[in-house]
Ligand binder design. Structure first.
Ligand SMILES: [Fe+2]
Length: 252
């Protein structure tokens, strides 16, 4: 009987600053194309473009991001680079987020209306944070907390992320944190979140073709069998708008 050849897994990066001129990612389309080539080299089939949306700093809109993704995808197609770019955004968690959602101004991951990538401040957890997260859940949108290991409070108090997780909040660890790129505290926290099942995704959060992006394949090796779930299956569920249940919400 002929052996069936295992297909290489379709790695998907759920958090990527790849659109040119939208934030602190690439400034030119040439830099975006360089990133796209690096993604293909690293084994990714698709990336979700997630430019920052920070009021007063990066005022990217749903419409501008959708246009930017279309433009970049065309350029990649013309250049023969086999990388799919999907629309998304990384929203700074503010008390303006739920009203923006209600006005129809929010861009969810792959525009399915199901999952929203949100970023917390680096040091503290704002008083309104849990309220905003739960209001998003009530509105039918599952928040995915970007790099919880970079928030000093969550890194020191993994039980707080467990509490969010029990309510249905998801989280994404950054590949570079796992590989030690940001230091021992972030490495330790990122490993705890993955072990506890409070993080369901590993993404690069790359802003250029450099170290954060290259940490992607290194994280795949470190994760071993878990890479399939954290960098393939869970991101694929998100881009298809399917539900993901956090292990921690069932077991703890
Ligand atoms: Fe980011």
């Amino acid at each position: 009987m002929a052996m069936k050849k295992a297909a290489s897994p379709p790695y998907i990066d759920l958090h990527a600053h790849i659109l040119p001129g939208f934030d602190d990612g690439p400034e030119t389309v040439e830099e975006s194309i360089e990133m796209a080539r690096a993604y293909v080299e690293a084994g990714y089939a698709a990336v979700v473009a997630t430019p920052h949306v920070i009021p007063g700093v990066y005022e990217n809109t749903r419409a501008s991001i959708l246009r930017g993704v279309k433009r970049l995808q065309q350029r990649l197609h013309d250049a023969g680079i086999p990388l799919t770019v999907l629309p998304g955004a990384e929203y700074h968690l503010t008390d303006r987020l739920v009203p923006l959602l209600q006005e129809g101004g929010v861009l969810t991951l792959n525009d399915t209306g199901k999952h929203l990538l949100v970023e917390l401040p680096w040091v503290h957890l704002p008083a309104y944070a849990s309220q905003v997260l739960f209001e998003l859940l009530l509105a039918g949108v599952t928040p995915i907390i970007a790099h919880p290991e970079r928030n000093e409070f969550l890194a020191r108090h993994p039980e707080v992320l467990r509490g969010f997780s029990r309510r249905g909040v998801l989280a994404q660890v950054t590949a570079g944190a796992l590989t030690g790129l940001f230091g021992p505290a972030e490495r330790r926290a990122s490993r705890i979140f993955i072990e506890e099942g409070t993080a369901q995704f590993v993404a690069t959060d790359a802003h250029n073709a450099g170290r954060r992006l290259k940490a992607g394949p290194e994280a795949m090796r470190l994760l071993g069998a878990k890479a399939q779930l954290l960098i393939c299956e869970h991101p694929a569920a998100v881009i298809n708008g399917a539900a993901i249940y956090a292990a921690a919400s069932r077991e703890r």
